[in-house]
Design a protein around this ligand. Structure first.
Ligand code: PRX
Length: 652
């Protein structure tokens, strides 16, 4: 069976970019990188045009990443105002709530969006928010999240969206790090028929972080929630009372647009800072090309607004292009596992973008939930967040896409801002599981551990040479960590933290993280972050966390836990620790396996030997490699024995 799925000829015929155009433009984009991005930048409305396209150098001793630096613009004007003449009455958002009742769906026109954005911007201004201030947003997937982001950037303020599934403690940490003065949240969110107590969490976070002076509360459920007069205000009342026009603030291309926190291999989550001009150019122009969006088409990205996927390709990409997008608050499996397919049918979705983990779990339900719905509107499918296994890819292609829709497997990161590798749908034939080819202006490089560049068919560490406009500029308050993490490992290159393989056709496959980050259901979790949450439990002396292959999640979380002296191992304590971590971070931080470890294997310098722990977690009990560094080999024996005993118990 051929593992190449050619571009359907009728698709290529009307695509923005076909194979010949891709080859030509890609070559041009490398030969004259500034020229390419200058042309792309013409897609934006600038207040003051830039004179220099790029000023960049990947030198750890003198890192420079500046794009369009002397240009000025306003993001909300580009995302909203300029579509008004043609589209004021057309839908910008087709919102579907968690439930299925009449009040659970809402269409928001460009005119309404603009009105709300202006009014909320005036509300925020009245609360003292000005250019450069950070506003934290902790909202479910409701239209107001888009309004809130756009209202911030209208003022030149910086949004920091925190995933509404994160706990109060995680929210508080992110508020503290960003020094936010205003928080925008909702009374409650709804997910899969369950209530998410957002205001309750927000209150707990604000109690711990008094930098927040005001909390704007969207009435999503209408539930009665605690309200602190003077500090809190209701979104609907404030917006109704506000002036309907707010002049957009002129900002520099290199002024910050947003902060987004993500997990790294060391320490606490880091706030990556994205700037205005470069990010908008890369997000807006790549969105149109990689999804091959044509005027009038309906786009749906299922990611939660708390992740970069949604920032770039659910919010900014569609808004910059004046596209109609679907927003869905709920989950794919509630009330049943045909929910997504019913939404595609109902809103006649043309372009659908989701994560492999969801596909794997829906695939388990068989084809019947899909067959109940008419998915003939679909034209392009997208995948993001983790490597897609060929089995899920084929199911997506044949069962969801009816065999006719190209799949764009988009490889990128919070740090990269927008796409780096992707099979542009009218141009590049699909190979299941491969993010395929570089986007324009992007130069992938595979290196070995010593930093030697590997040509041709090769597997190694995935790096990129030369800057691109969408990339993050720094980590908030920690530029040194930014330089050390991404630019110091292989001087002259940006290091992703991923492994990658180039095949004989020059196609790339991402093989997964090579650092201490675990990719659980397409969400990044840092092992250190998990370990500090586990080790803060009073019964725990020490812990070590590794990822292991998981059928549905891609990777699961495996925790080795050493208890304090005189504390007994028990099932109750195991459950308590699992709950403890979920409460500290959020439900995404679920420990899949907890194995008691009277001691952890370390080298003589006291460093935990994760390589060995990861092998045991993957039930690979051989080939531990060089174990001469293990200070006490008996500890490894004990860990293997315990794992084998658990497996025996589970299989009996
Ligand atoms: O390991 C890669 C994986 O997700 C990581 C980035 O995570 P995050 O910053 O949360 O952004 C996710 C969405 C852009 C990467 O380092 N990853 C992302 N997309 C893919 C992927 N792995 C394989 N294939 C992809 N298409």
């Amino acid at each position: 069976m051929s593992d190449i799925y050619p571009v359907p000829p009728d698709f290529a015929a009307r695509a923005h970019v076909d194979a010949a155009a891709y080859d030509r433009l890609y070559r041009q984009s490398l030969d004259d990188n500034d020229g390419f991005w200058r042309e792309q930048a013409a897609a934006l409305d600038w207040i003051r045009p830039f004179t220099q396209v790029s000023d960049t150098k990947f030198d750890p001793a003198d890192l420079r990443i500046r794009w369009f630096a002397d240009g000025t613009l306003n993001a909300s004007v580009n995302c909203v105002d300029r579509h008004l003449p043609a589209k004021a009455d057309k839908p910008a958002i087709l919102w579907q709530g968690d439930g299925e009742g009449e009040s659970e769906s809402r269409s928001v026109t460009w005119g309404e969006l603009a009105d709300k954005v202006n009014r909320l911007a005036n509300v925020l201004k009245g609360l003292g928010v000005a250019k450069g201030d950070v506003v934290t947003i902790y909202l479910p997937v409701i239209p107001e999240v888009m309004v809130a982001m756009m209202a911030c950037v209208r003022l030149g303020a910086v949004h920091s969206v925190v995933f509404s599934g994160f706990s109060a403690e995680a929210l508080a940490n992110r508020i503290e790090d960003a020094g936010a003065k205003v928080l925008i949240t909702a009374d409650e969110g709804h997910r899969g028929g369950r209530v998410v107590p957002l205001k309750h969490n927000a209150d707990a976070a604000v109690a711990a972080q008094p930098s927040i002076r005001h909390v704007v509360v969207v009435r999503r459920s209408g539930a009665s929630v605690p309200f602190t007069p003077g500090r809190d205000l209701w979104y609907d009342e404030a917006v109704a009372a506000a002036e309907p026009w707010c002049p957009p603030v002129e900002v520099g291309a290199e002024d910050p647009l947003f902060i987004l926190y993500t997990s790294g291999s060391t320490g606490k989550p880091k706030g990556l800072v994205h700037t205005t001009g470069g990010y908008l150019v890369h997000a807006g122009t790549s969105w149109r090309v990689i999804f091959d969006w044509h005027e009038g088409e309906v786009f749906w990205c299922t990611a939660d607004v708390g992740w970069v996927t949604a920032h770039t390709y659910k919010i900014y990409g569609p808004l910059l292009n004046g596209a109609t997008s679907v927003m869905f608050e709920g989950v794919p499996t509630w009330p049943d596992s045909s929910r997504w397919w019913s939404i595609i049918e109902r809103y006649r979705v043309n372009i659908f973008y989701t994560a492999p983990t969801a596909l794997r779990s829906l695939m388990r339900e068989g084809e019947a939930p899909v067959q109940r719905h008419d998915l003939s509107s679909l034209r392009v499918l997208g995948s993001v967040g983790e490597p897609i296994n060929p089995e899920a890819w084929r199911w997506y292609h044949s069962v969801i896409g009816g065999g006719r829709c190209p799949i764009v497997d988009t490889y990128w990161q919070t740090e990269t801002g927008a796409v780096l590798l992707v099979p542009i749908p009218g141009a590049v034939a699909n190979k299941p599981g491969m993010a395929a080819k570089p986007y324009f202006g992007i130069r992938p490089v595979v290196v070995d551990a010593a930093g030697t560049r590997l040509d041709g068919v090769a597997e190694g560490n995935m790096c990129f040479e030369g800057s691109w406009p969408g990339q993050a500029r720094t980590i908030l308050h920690d530029h040194e960590r930014f330089v050390l993490t991404y630019f110091a490992p292989y001087p002259g290159l940006f290091f992703t933290g991923d492994g990658g393989r180039r095949d004989e056709d020059g196609y790339f496959r991402i093989t997964g993280r090579v650092d201490d980050v675990i990719n659980v259901s397409g969400h990044r979790l840092g092992t250190v972050e998990l370990e500090s949450a586990i080790s803060s439990h009073p019964a725990v002396a020490e812990s070590a966390v590794v990822g292991f292959p998981h059928d549905l999640k891609g990777q699961g979380v495996f925790a080795y836990v050493t208890l304090k002296e005189n504390i007994d191992e028990s099932e109750a304590l195991r459950r308590e620790i699992v709950d403890w971590v979920r409460a500290r971070i959020g439900a995404i931080a679920s420990l899949d396996v907890v194995q008691w470890a009277p001691s952890l294997p370390k080298n003589r310098a006291g460093k935990i030997l994760r390589r060995i722990l990861a092998k045991v977690a993957a039930n690979d009990f051989e080939n531990f490699g060089d174990t001469s560094t293990v200070a006490d080999p008996a500890i490894v024996g004990d860990i293997v024995l315990r794992r084998k005993q658990t497996l025996e118990r589970e299989s009996s």
